[in-house]
Write a new protein. Structure first.
Length: 169
Protein backbone atom coordinates (compact mmCIF):
# COMPACT_ATOMS: atom_id res chain seq x y z
CA UNK A 1 0.00 0.00 0.00
CA UNK A 2 1.38 3.42 -0.89
CA UNK A 3 1.40 6.12 1.78
CA UNK A 4 -1.47 7.87 0.05
CA UNK A 5 -3.51 4.67 -0.03
CA UNK A 6 -2.77 4.10 3.65
CA UNK A 7 -3.86 7.63 4.59
CA UNK A 8 -7.05 7.11 2.64
CA UNK A 9 -7.68 3.68 4.12
CA UNK A 10 -7.62 4.92 7.73
CA UNK A 11 -11.24 5.35 8.70
CA UNK A 12 -13.20 5.89 11.87
CA UNK A 13 -14.75 2.57 12.83
CA UNK A 14 -17.48 2.30 15.42
CA UNK A 15 -17.95 -1.46 15.30
CA UNK A 16 -15.20 -3.92 16.09
CA UNK A 17 -14.68 -7.65 16.35
CA UNK A 18 -14.16 -9.09 19.84
CA UNK A 19 -10.45 -9.98 19.75
CA UNK A 20 -8.15 -7.62 21.68
CA UNK A 21 -5.00 -6.43 19.94
CA UNK A 22 -2.09 -8.53 21.31
CA UNK A 23 0.33 -6.67 23.55
CA UNK A 24 3.25 -7.19 21.14
CA UNK A 25 1.27 -5.77 18.23
CA UNK A 26 0.19 -2.81 20.32
CA UNK A 27 3.77 -2.10 21.26
CA UNK A 28 4.73 -2.15 17.59
CA UNK A 29 1.94 0.26 16.70
CA UNK A 30 2.75 2.61 19.56
CA UNK A 31 6.44 2.47 18.70
CA UNK A 32 5.86 4.58 15.58
CA UNK A 33 4.62 7.48 17.74
CA UNK A 34 8.21 8.44 18.52
CA UNK A 35 8.85 9.39 14.90
CA UNK A 36 6.45 12.31 15.08
CA UNK A 37 8.01 15.78 14.89
CA UNK A 38 8.69 17.33 18.30
CA UNK A 39 10.00 20.85 18.86
CA UNK A 40 12.79 20.98 21.46
CA UNK A 41 12.59 17.18 21.52
CA UNK A 42 10.04 17.20 24.31
CA UNK A 43 8.49 13.96 22.98
CA UNK A 44 5.24 14.78 24.81
CA UNK A 45 3.10 11.85 23.62
CA UNK A 46 1.84 9.48 26.29
CA UNK A 47 -0.24 6.34 25.79
CA UNK A 48 -2.01 4.28 28.44
CA UNK A 49 -3.37 0.93 27.38
CA UNK A 50 -6.46 0.12 29.44
CA UNK A 51 -6.52 -3.20 31.26
CA UNK A 52 -9.75 -4.63 32.70
CA UNK A 53 -9.40 -2.80 36.04
CA UNK A 54 -8.71 0.53 34.39
CA UNK A 55 -11.67 0.03 32.05
CA UNK A 56 -13.97 -0.77 34.99
CA UNK A 57 -12.78 2.33 36.81
CA UNK A 58 -13.35 4.49 33.72
CA UNK A 59 -16.83 3.02 33.24
CA UNK A 60 -17.70 3.82 36.81
CA UNK A 61 -16.51 7.39 36.32
CA UNK A 62 -18.50 7.63 33.06
CA UNK A 63 -21.76 6.53 34.64
CA UNK A 64 -24.35 4.07 33.42
CA UNK A 65 -25.52 6.05 30.39
CA UNK A 66 -22.06 6.54 28.86
CA UNK A 67 -20.26 3.40 30.01
CA UNK A 68 -21.79 1.18 27.29
CA UNK A 69 -19.88 3.12 24.66
CA UNK A 70 -16.66 2.04 26.31
CA UNK A 71 -17.39 -1.54 25.25
CA UNK A 72 -17.35 -0.83 21.53
CA UNK A 73 -13.76 -1.90 20.92
CA UNK A 74 -11.72 -4.68 22.55
CA UNK A 75 -8.64 -2.49 22.99
CA UNK A 76 -8.66 1.06 24.30
CA UNK A 77 -5.68 3.39 24.63
CA UNK A 78 -5.75 6.83 26.21
CA UNK A 79 -3.53 9.27 24.34
CA UNK A 80 -2.33 12.43 26.02
CA UNK A 81 0.28 15.14 25.82
CA UNK A 82 2.60 15.89 28.74
CA UNK A 83 2.70 19.67 29.07
CA UNK A 84 5.14 22.04 30.72
CA UNK A 85 2.91 25.02 31.48
CA UNK A 86 4.64 27.22 28.90
CA UNK A 87 1.89 28.44 26.58
CA UNK A 88 3.83 28.22 23.30
CA UNK A 89 5.51 24.93 24.14
CA UNK A 90 2.20 23.44 25.24
CA UNK A 91 0.55 24.38 21.96
CA UNK A 92 3.40 22.74 20.06
CA UNK A 93 3.32 19.69 22.29
CA UNK A 94 -0.39 19.15 21.73
CA UNK A 95 0.32 19.30 17.98
CA UNK A 96 3.23 16.87 18.32
CA UNK A 97 1.13 14.41 20.31
CA UNK A 98 -1.70 14.65 17.75
CA UNK A 99 0.82 13.94 14.99
CA UNK A 100 2.01 10.92 16.98
CA UNK A 101 -1.57 9.69 17.34
CA UNK A 102 -2.13 9.84 13.60
CA UNK A 103 1.04 7.82 13.03
CA UNK A 104 -0.27 5.15 15.40
CA UNK A 105 -3.66 5.11 13.65
CA UNK A 106 -1.93 4.70 10.29
CA UNK A 107 0.21 1.87 11.66
CA UNK A 108 -2.96 0.16 12.89
CA UNK A 109 -4.56 0.58 9.48
CA UNK A 110 -1.51 -0.90 7.81
CA UNK A 111 -1.77 -3.87 10.20
CA UNK A 112 -5.36 -4.46 9.07
CA UNK A 113 -6.90 -3.16 12.29
CA UNK A 114 -9.89 -0.88 12.66
CA UNK A 115 -9.43 2.25 14.76
CA UNK A 116 -11.39 5.17 16.19
CA UNK A 117 -10.12 8.40 17.78
CA UNK A 118 -12.78 9.37 20.28
CA UNK A 119 -12.92 12.19 22.83
CA UNK A 120 -15.41 11.01 25.43
CA UNK A 121 -16.59 13.56 27.98
CA UNK A 122 -15.52 11.38 30.90
CA UNK A 123 -11.87 12.07 30.06
CA UNK A 124 -12.52 15.75 30.61
CA UNK A 125 -13.71 15.11 34.15
CA UNK A 126 -11.68 14.85 37.36
CA UNK A 127 -13.24 11.45 38.08
CA UNK A 128 -12.32 10.10 34.64
CA UNK A 129 -8.75 11.33 34.88
CA UNK A 130 -8.35 9.99 38.40
CA UNK A 131 -9.73 6.61 37.34
CA UNK A 132 -6.74 6.27 34.99
CA UNK A 133 -4.16 8.07 37.11
CA UNK A 134 -3.62 10.88 34.62
CA UNK A 135 -1.55 13.63 36.28
CA UNK A 136 -2.49 17.31 36.20
CA UNK A 137 0.22 18.24 33.71
CA UNK A 138 -1.19 16.09 30.92
CA UNK A 139 -3.81 17.05 28.33
CA UNK A 140 -5.90 14.09 27.26
CA UNK A 141 -6.28 14.09 23.48
CA UNK A 142 -8.38 11.03 22.97
CA UNK A 143 -9.41 7.50 23.70
CA UNK A 144 -8.09 5.42 20.82
CA UNK A 145 -10.08 2.32 19.93
CA UNK A 146 -8.50 -0.65 18.19
CA UNK A 147 -9.67 -4.06 17.10
CA UNK A 148 -10.61 -6.18 14.13
CA UNK A 149 -12.87 -4.36 11.67
CA UNK A 150 -16.50 -5.50 11.87
CA UNK A 151 -18.06 -3.33 9.18
CA UNK A 152 -16.81 -1.04 6.43
CA UNK A 153 -17.57 2.61 7.18
CA UNK A 154 -19.68 4.52 4.66
CA UNK A 155 -17.67 6.18 1.87
CA UNK A 156 -16.21 9.47 3.04
CA UNK A 157 -16.72 12.83 1.47
CA UNK A 158 -14.00 15.43 1.70
CA UNK A 159 -13.39 18.76 0.09
CA UNK A 160 -10.81 18.74 -2.71
CA UNK A 161 -7.35 20.18 -2.03
CA UNK A 162 -8.22 23.30 -4.07
CA UNK A 163 -10.67 24.30 -1.32
CA UNK A 164 -8.05 24.47 1.43
CA UNK A 165 -4.79 25.15 -0.38
CA UNK A 166 -3.66 28.58 -1.42
CA UNK A 167 -0.46 29.36 -3.30
CA UNK A 168 0.62 32.81 -2.14
CA UNK A 169 2.47 35.03 -4.60
C1 LIG B 1 -9.40 15.13 17.87
C2 LIG B 1 -10.50 14.24 17.37
C3 LIG B 1 -11.53 13.88 18.22
C4 LIG B 1 -12.56 13.05 17.79
N1 LIG B 1 -13.56 12.72 18.66
C5 LIG B 1 -14.60 11.98 18.23
C6 LIG B 1 -15.67 11.67 19.11
O1 LIG B 1 -15.63 11.99 20.30
N2 LIG B 1 -16.71 10.98 18.61
C7 LIG B 1 -16.78 10.59 17.30
O2 LIG B 1 -17.76 9.98 16.91
N3 LIG B 1 -15.74 10.83 16.45
C8 LIG B 1 -14.67 11.53 16.88
N4 LIG B 1 -13.62 11.78 16.04
C9 LIG B 1 -13.59 11.13 14.72
C10 LIG B 1 -14.20 11.97 13.64
O3 LIG B 1 -15.59 12.05 13.85
C11 LIG B 1 -13.86 11.32 12.29
O4 LIG B 1 -12.49 11.44 12.06
C12 LIG B 1 -14.64 11.96 11.14
O5 LIG B 1 -15.98 11.56 11.21
C13 LIG B 1 -14.09 11.61 9.77
O6 LIG B 1 -14.12 10.23 9.54
P1 LIG B 1 -12.78 9.40 9.15
O7 LIG B 1 -11.91 9.37 10.41
O8 LIG B 1 -13.29 8.02 8.78
O9 LIG B 1 -12.11 10.10 8.04
C14 LIG B 1 -12.57 12.58 16.45
C15 LIG B 1 -11.51 12.95 15.59
C16 LIG B 1 -10.49 13.75 16.05
C17 LIG B 1 -9.36 14.13 15.11
Amino acid sequence: MSFRELAEARRTHKEFGPDPVPRETLLELLDVARFAPTHHMTQPWRFRVLGPEALDALKEAAGEKESGKLDRAPTLVVASAALSGDLVQDEEDVCAAAAAIELVLLAATEAGLASYWRTPGVLRTRQGREALGIPRGERVLGLLHFGPPAREPAPREREAAESYVEFLP
